[in-house]
Design a protein around this ligand. Sequence first.
Ligand SMILES: NC(=O)c1ccc[n+]([C@@H]2O[C@H](COP(=O)([O-])OP(=O)(O)OC[C@H]3O[C@@H](n4cnc5c(N)ncnc54)[C@H](OP(=O)(O)O)[C@@H]3O)[C@@H](O)[C@H]2O)c1
Length: 314
Amino acid sequence: MRVLVVGASGAIGSRLVPQLIENGHEVIGTFRSVTSAGKVQALGAQPVALDALDADAVSALVTDTKPEAIIHQATALANVRFSRSLDRTFAATNRLRTEGTDALLAAAKHAGVRRFVAQSFASYRYERSGGPVKTEDDRLDPAPPASARETHAAMRYLDDTVTGAGGIALRYGGFYGASDDGLVGLVRRRFYPMVGDGAGVSSFIHLDDAAAATVLALQHEGPGLYNIVDDEPSPMREWLPEVARIVGAKPPRRLPEWLAKLIAGDGMVMMATASRGASNAKAKAELGWTPRYPSWRAGFRAAYGQPVTATSQT
Ligand SMILES: NC(=O)c1ccc[n+]([C@@H]2O[C@H](COP(=O)([O-])OP(=O)(O)OC[C@H]3O[C@@H](n4cnc5c(N)ncnc54)[C@H](OP(=O)(O)O)[C@@H]3O)[C@@H](O)[C@H]2O)c1
């Protein structure tokens, strides 16, 4: 297939392009910063500059390049500074998930592109009651933290709009596997504290596994919504000390909820204490996907690890 990957130079895009090519696809890869052009070319794609918020440019690109499929992986999170307000941190990404999605879907419709796959997110979005692990059929959080309302609304908009148009939205877990991973950098510096009881559940996914699931989704008929996460959703009190150990950092500092709320905001406290994880059963059954790293423990070890010791065996 001739595939247009929007955001080919990003964390997931740069893992996805080589896997698409290995699977026989021809890839046109977009980037935003001029410095990323060489990266996209080195990955084996035809590089094209694109601002996905410029609807005319999006339309012209899709008309000119005539892809058979579009994969929307554009976010604006590189070097972003996390603030107390997740909505401020994610403002540009939220526009890419709403206006960018609209522009790409309109261009796809105009040019008769039938397949559309887009990046969504699984962790921290499901209703914070009931069991610790949620499926795609479970309710999303009806009352997200005040500082993350726009971010939740943008992801919901993407899910609804993409599936409404017959496409596939992939709710990825928290990405890891990149050498410059933001989370790992913070854990190494002990800037990622354990908050309250650390009962909030997270779902992770290695970037290579996320890319493999995306290749399979491209070959699958939509509409569809899939959690692309590993087999082991875990509470912060389990994963954070273990990740610290794996990357050779000192144990995380501890913060009470009230202080974490003051310093990091209500969104962070929710993630640490109340969030739910996601189930990958549907993606396994319907896409035929099997993660190479079913546990974040083995995945983080492979990506950042010290030698395995008896106590780090799972
Ligand atoms: N995706 C998530 O939900 C998420 C959440 C939390 C943390 N993170 C972390 O954040 C870090 C960076 O993530 P990332 O690679 O997803 O983000 P990114 O580096 O900001 O970029 C993703 C892709 O989107 C492109 N892009 C940016 N603005 C665009 C625009 N206006 N129009 C079209 N394309 C645009 C980028 O191009 P250029 O390379 O040219 O800029 C890049 O190809 C990673 O460590 C990741 O793990 C991601």
